[in-house]
Design a protein around this ligand. Structure first.
Ligand SMILES: Cc1ncc(COP(=O)(O)O)c(C=O)c1O
Length: 409
């Protein structure tokens, strides 16, 4: 009797064909998206075309602005926002600081965060407000590597104006329960600002469902683009209550089709929504680079990207755990996104683990063409759409081989 075959899903994304579009994924195991993602061939071609025009002196400014508006719309679509709720930034820090400088905060107000697990770029903006405005910073300890959402909610009071968290931490890389926090913040009228750089582009993100008020990202990691560009989402209701701390021509509404060098009167209307945070001219090369990546991610679909990439991360975490490595969070579970870390969590080491075994394994993997990083004393593997089961199994084989050699020595 012939065996029943699983039906072929003709609509399923062809991840092998997608991988073929990434030159950097062909000759190595690239698991470093938490630091920098790989650009695809189409991004490189788009950047080259932009630079060719610039070099040739044939810049078409109207076409460049057209590209900016397309990219704005694609950013919005990726997180279920409206285009008017997106402004262009340089990076995450720029977006976080725009909000920190613009949301009304007075002496004695407080903001709540988890310093242990935030990137320094989401701590200094608040220390600055502490110093300059007398805003109180309420620091909630982590709970076994998780941002303690219940602890944050318990710490809020009637002087809490803002809460900030990473959607996925850069180490140990666990997901934060943003939906629970969003509901609690919205109920209390507290501004929820998230650092989404370690999730947007991989983890499907719906800012409306999550009840997020603002989200900051940059394009060099999960968005597979260049350094020097990011975006900020700010919910329309909030954005239109905010007067930006910095202002320039593109923040001001002089009517459709007016030239960028047109100066209006001394009283002016701000642009609708988050567009009021746009300042001067844009990082056009970075927009040219990120647009094909956005096309790819939107074409596959955020849910399919998340399920594929996080499925690979589960396979890696399960395999490393079985091999006896101290995988953060233990066996894979709902805490896991696309980042798998292993080792002893330490606050202060980055380039080396500060632990001989972890450093030796890192060096062995690197010598064998695996690209990863050490963060907070741990090996950090971060996957994306260009990775495959073969990549994961190659890493597991290498770890097994290294362990066997250690035992034999
Ligand atoms: C969670 C997180 N936030 C922020 C950053 C960096 O911020 P920026 O884009 O401002 O350099 C990183 C990594 O570099 C990060 O992992």
């Amino acid at each position: 009797m012939s065996q029943a075959r699983a039906p072929v899903d003709r609509d399923a994304p062809d991840f092998a064909a997608i991988r073929a579009r990434f030159p950097g994924a062909q000759d190595k195991v690239y698991m470093n998206a938490a630091a920098r993602g790989l650009p695809c061939r189409e991004s490189r071609a788009s950047l080259d075309a932009y630079l060719d025009k610039l070099t040739d002196g044939r810049v078409d400014k109207a076409a460049n602005f057209g590209m900016i508006e397309r990219v704005r719309e694609k950013y919005a679509r990726l997180i279920n926002a409206d285009s008017d709720e997106i402004a262009f930034t340089k990076n995450v820090s720029d977006g976080l600081n725009m909000i920190a400088a613009s949301v009304p905060l007075a002496e004695g107000d407080n903001i709540v965060l988890c310093r242990n697990l935030e990137h320094p770029n989401n701590i200094y903006p608040w220390l600055n407000l502490g110093q300059t405005k007398g805003v109180e910073i309420r620091d909630i300890p982590d709970r076994d590597g998780f941002i303690d959402v219940d602890g944050i909610i318990a710490a809020m009071d009637d002087r809490t104006r803002l809460v900030t968290v990473a959607t996925v931490t850069f180490a140990p890389g666990f997901r934060t329960d943003v939906a629970k926090l969003g509901a609690a913040c919205r109920e209390r009228g507290v501004f929820l600002l998230v650092d989404g750089v370690q999730s947007v582009g991989i983890v499907a993100t719906d800012v409306k469902a999550l009840k997020v008020d603002a989200l900051a990202v940059s394009t060099q990691k999960a968005l597979l683009g260049l350094y020097g560009m990011g975006f900020i989402y700010c919910r329309r209701e909030w954005a239109e209550k905010i007067t930006p701390a910095a202002l320039a021509r593109f923040s001001v509404d002089l009517g459709e089709g007016t030239h960028e060098a047109t100066m209006g009167g001394d009283s002016y209307a701000l642009m609708p929504g988050a567009r009021r945070f746009d300042l001067g001219n844009y990082n056009f090369p970075a927009a040219a680079m990120v647009e094909p990546a956005l096309d790819l991610l939107l074409e596959v679909g955020p849910a399919a990207v998340e399920s594929y990439v996080c499925g690979l991360a589960h396979r890696l975490a399960a395999g490393l755990h079985q091999l006896g490595l101290p995988v953060s969070g233990g066996p894979p579970g709902p805490h896991l996104a696309h980042i798998v870390t292993a080792g002893q969590y330490t606050q202060d080491t980055h380039d080396g683990a500060g632990d001989a075994d972890t450093d030796a394994l890192y060096n062995y993997l690197t010598e064998n063409n695996v690209v990863l990083t050490v963060r907070r004393g741990m090996l950090r593997f971060a996957l994306h759409v260009y990775n495959s089961e073969e990549d994961v199994d190659r890493v597991l084989d290498l770890v097994r081989g290294w362990q066997d050699a250690q035992k034999a020595a």
